[in-house]
Design a binder for this molecule. Structure first.
Ligand code: FES
Length: 139
């Protein structure tokens, strides 16, 4: 199932949106020019994972030269802090721990969306326009 989340122009760097897809709550994140989709249900005890902080790793080549790198990006559950890879959903709490479901997110031009679906194509509260580009979740 493809879900048009928003026009790219209205989805800011660092923003997240949580959408309901057939009863599944899924978070869509923008970090720089990359987009990620991940289930909003923590495998630990069902917490609202997508409300947690997005984290990078701090690395340093020498004392006083620390930098934060964003590969891999992690998301920390707001309930107990368990962390997951924002891209793959892999758990950072040990190899035996379950990961969280992740989903593909693409950018597609409005014209391509309109070609595949007959009739006017409306998602949630906005109309798809040929000249705009959209964030599309594959769920
Ligand atoms: S419910 Fe997410 S860490 Fe416990």
């Amino acid at each position: 199932m493809r879900v048009v989340v928003a026009p790219v122009s209205s989805f800011s760097d660092g923003e997240r949106r949580i959408v309901d897809v057939g009863g599944r709550s899924i978070g869509v994140f923008r970090v720089g020019e990359s987009f990620y989709g991940i289930r909003n249900r923590c495998p630990h005890q069902g917490g609202p994972l997508c409300l947690g902080h997005v984290l990078g790793d701090a690395v340093a080549d020498a004392p006083g030269q620390a930098a934060v790198v964003s590969d891999p990006l992690r998301i920390a559950c707001p309930w107990h802090g368990w962390e997951y890879d924002l891209d793959s959903g892999q758990s950072f709490m040990g190899a035996a721990m379950p990961g969280v479901r992740s989903y593909g997110v693409d950018l597609e031009p409005g014209g391509a969306l309109l070609e595949r679906v007959p009739g006017p194509y409306v998602a949630e509260t906005f109309e798809v326009r040929v000249e705009d580009e959209y964030v599309v979740l594959h769920a």
